[in-house]
Design a protein around this ligand. Sequence first.
Ligand code: PAF
Length: 277
Amino acid sequence: MRIVRTIDDLRKARATLGELALVPTMGNLHAGHVSLLRLARSHATTVAATIFVNRLQFAPTDDFESYPRTFEDDCEKLRAEGVDLLFAPDERVLYPRPQAYLVEPPPIANELEGAFRPRFFHGVATVVLKLFNCVQPDVAVFGMKDYQQLMIVRNMVDQLNLPLMIVEGETIREADGLAMSSRNGYLSPAERAEAPRLHRQLQAVRESIRSGRTDFEPLGEQAMHELHGAGWKPDYISVRRREDLAHATAADRELVVLAAARLGGTRLIDNLELRAP
Ligand code: PAF
């Protein structure tokens, strides 16, 4: 695996490679990332990854400084998956000056995650666009765990006519249902045992909808209430239509339930797609 740190070296390396699929990451790779790398491999002859902890998508109160940085371990995992190229710039490479040109995502970016992490998606969309411009992939793979991120990136690619295809990877779960995430490492043993409740609440909402309920807001509120009772601080549990993440109505069939909640000091997100009867 070739590791490049500068945009110049990246461009030179890219010129020697043919069709390329990219998996952008912030590092601290786990089985979820590995499944995205494998999916990338099935879409192109060469696979690249990026590791960059993007300050622009962290609020001042977020965990930017403490975000797990495990570069050597990550490289081992990438090598084991046969990744051809790793772009791992430091901040001075990607942001040599304060980033004054930013992607302005549509208003849906201010709901769900955006309501609790103001300007999060401005930061995500901006760095993803920069990474696409630097790496010039033919395909880029994003996980469905970050459902809203996936939709915003997909629409950005579509509306800005970027010459690449977005591919989505399934959420990979631990045996007890907890969605894999770099932030799971923050959980204490007791919190780790409690954490699958978030997935179970999503399943409960899904079952209620499958059995005919269309009062989506009370369903979300009830699920939040139950999480609260178990010691969580839920931010949202919301039933949306998949297409555009607008609030679901009784007429919508293709739905997704999205959730974010804090357990102790750790904020977890998850979602489940479903089809209403
Ligand atoms: O999902 C992530 O890890 C990040 O948001 C991404 C897409 C790498 C942008 O920093």
